[in-house]
Design a protein around this ligand. Structure first.
Ligand code: FA5
Length: 337
């Protein structure tokens, strides 16, 4: 009997050893340790043994054999699971040394390129770079810019509201900034004039994406505060910028317009060498109410401000037909620039 038990155990262990899939291990579990398994059958024959000692020894041997087979099954299961995982890892491995094509260099995104060039050009004209928070108070984004509660111009900015308050902001009156103009206020409040700054940054509006609009886009703001600043200084700065950024063949013009935070206000356009005009952004002389909100005496200080869309400039410069193309991260598009 003991020999039969050992033989059954060894046969079972050999089968476990040979099992090569999780399914076969689970089938073996039933086959070897189930009621119809050989060890179970041998167990039922214990009663036929002659002596108590024989029964005890054989019973012990059967139990041990069951234990050994069951442990072997468990080990095999673990082994196979680990093998499956390492096979998958192997299959999903990226061998970066295998790349045989010519390696290509990455480059900054079109908007980043435009942003950095704009900073360079304005630094060259004597400006400093300033920044402000993207989550703004209603006061900085609207009120201090001469757009108090109920001002009709607020309707032009489809504003996204935020459910929390940054330092100094009231809950429920906190917005994702709709333009970079609040940086004008923050700069006036923290910096003594004369001020010559540009503030590039990300802005947000509830605009539906189309060929010329994104809900998240970029603007660059300019602010100059000094004594005796006039509209001529504004026009001269815009012209110097146009030539420095676009090239000597370009020129600019101002067209009367309206912004609550500047008076008088203008749109500025650039003329391309082919004679066509392109609208670039808004500008004007800083409104006395805005100077006052920035803590400056309008009798003593005057200034101009301008703001335009960086994304729109990038698409113009590279003749991209649809502004959305810049944000789908299609490598075939990005690689062209
Ligand atoms: C403003 O935001 C003013 N703060 C600009 C300004 C600053 C005027 C200082 C006077 C003095 P406006 O809403 O027109 O103005 O936006 C300025 C520029 O942002 C537009 O000319 C355009 O180039 C860009 N722009 C506006 N909306 C979008 C949009 N949804 N997607 C991409 N670019 C946009």
């Amino acid at each position: 009997m003991i020999d039969d038990i050992r033989a059954a155990r060894d046969a079972a262990l050999a089968l476990v050893e040979d099992a090569d899939s999780l399914e076969s291990v689970s089938a073996l579990d039933t086959q070897l340790l189930g009621k119809k398994g050989q060890l179970a059958v041998l167990k039922t024959q214990l009663g036929s043994l002659a002596t108590v000692d024989e029964k005890r020894a054989a019973g012990q041997a059967v139990n041990e054999a069951v234990q050994v087979v069951s442990t072997a099954l468990e080990h095999r299961l673990v082994e196979l699971r680990e093998a499956a995982v390492s096979l998958r890892v192997q299959a999903e491995r990226l061998d970066l040394t295998e790349y045989v094509g010519k390696p290509t260099r990455g480059h900054a995104h079109l908007v980043t390129q435009a942003w950095e060039r704009l900073e360079d050009v304005f630094i060259g004209l004597g400006f400093q770079v300033a920044e402000g928070p993207e989550v703004e108070t209603d006061w900085h984004n609207f009120e201090a810019l001469n757009m108090g509660e109920g001002h009709p111009a607020r309707g032009e900015f489809d504003t996204l509201f935020v459910d929390c308050a940054p330092a100094g902001g009231e809950p429920g009156r906190t917005v994702l900034r709709t333009h970079t103009s609040p940086v004008q206020i923050r700069t006036m409040l923290t910096q003594e004039p004369p001020i010559y700054i540009v503030a590039p940054g990300r802005v947000f509006r509830r605009d539906t994406p189309d060929a010329t609009h994104m809900p998240v886009f970029h603007q660059i703001e300019g602010l100059v505060i000094d004594r005796d600043i006039t509209m001529a200084d504004l026009a001269g700065t815009i012209e110097a910028f146009t030539k420095a950024f676009f090239g000597a063949g370009f020129t600019s013009r101002l067209r009367p317009s309206y912004f609550p935070f500047t008076e008088p206000s203008a749109e500025f356009d650039i003329q391309r060498p082919d004679g066509s005009w392109l609208e670039l952004g808004g500008c004007g002389m800083v409104h006395p109410n805005v100077l006052a909100a920035g803590g400056l005496d309008p009798e003593e200080w005057s200034g101009f401000a301008f703001g335009f869309g960086i994304d729109r400039m990038a698409v113009m410069r590279h003749q991209v037909a649809d502004i959305r193309d810049m944000y789908v991260n299609d490598i075939r598009f990005i690689e062209q620039f």
